[in-house]
Design a protein around this ligand. Structure first.
Ligand code: SF4
Ligand code: FES
Length: 249
């Protein structure tokens, strides 16, 4: 296949950016999207041009490092990570726009790379437990109902990619924050900090410049791990409970 990509190029966080067109030929449908960019970057390097900066690590859909907006959709036309998107989703002659995540909480560092350290600070504000660690306890030492264990596990599959923020018209990170709160809030080990966790993480979410949730649902539609919208309902219930309990203390 021969395709044209229009890529957001921005030398650093202070500089202005613009879309730049490149033709890429000999694109195999078996290539991943990132491999297609690798091929283009090899050519740019060979020509003495600055290669396109983009994030990736595992390239197996599990680390959450990769992520770009492809033709206006976070991670592109398939509900998966950018590294798991293959060129068979496109056809010969296609023109593909590639942009970074765009959100106030994710400042652009260079080209397609954004600073997602805001997610780390949201986790630091409460995404942990204080139960003593040490040797691994027996598997059944703390019984957990099967339904809660399954839901906690599902929420724990959030890889922190940030696609939910990029897709949300409000630039909200509520799906990410709710996944972390749900993961810990459903387990017995997560109960002691349940109120302080939701209060701290939501406050940090807002402080980072992410917008509020207005139930649009674009976040869940693009989430590669299919984190459901109901996790945000759980966050809201926890938040309300924590505020009420805080007022009555
Ligand atoms: S909730 Fe989904 S889209 Fe958002 S960071 Fe987690 S895995 Fe990515
Ligand atoms: S590079 Fe790890 S999820 Fe894409």
């Amino acid at each position: 296949m021969k395709i044209t990509v229009r890529v957001w190029r921005q030398p650093n966080s202070q500089a202005d950016g613009r879309m730049v067109s490149y033709e890429v030929d000999q694109v195999s449908e078996d290539m991943s999207f990132l491999e297609m960019l690798d091929v283009l970057n090899e050519r740019l390097t060979h020509e003495g041009q600055d290669p396109i900066a983009f994030d990736s690590d595992c390239r197996e859909g599990i680390c959450g490092m990769c992520g770009v907006v492809i033709n206006g959709e976070a991670h592109g036309p398939v509900q998966t990570t950018t590294c798991q998107l293959h060129m068979r989703s496109f056809k010969d002659g296609d023109e593909i726009d590639i942009e970074p995540w765009r959100a106030e909480g994710f400042p652009i560092l260079k080209d397609l790379i954004v600073d997602r350290s805001a997610f780390d600070r949201i986790i630091q504000a409460g995404g942990y437990i204080t139960a003593p660690t040490g040797a691994a306890p027996d598997a059944h030492a703390a019984p957990v109902p099967k339904n809660a264990a399954d839901k906690a596990f599902d929420a724990a599959t959030c890889i922190g990619c940030g696609a939910c923020v990029a897709a949300c018209p409000n630039g909200s990170a509520m799906l990410f924050t709710a996944a972390k709160i749900t993961h810990l809030g459903l387990l017995p080990q997560g109960q002691p900090e349940r109120d302080s966790r939701v209060l701290g993480m939501v406050a940090q979410h807002d402080e980072e410049g992410f917008g509020g949730c207005t139930n649009i649902g674009e976040c869940a539609a693009v989430c590669p791990k299919e984190i459901p919208l109901e996790t945000i309902s759980r966050l809201n219930r926890d938040l309300l409970g924590a505020l009420v309990r805080g007022d009555s203390n």
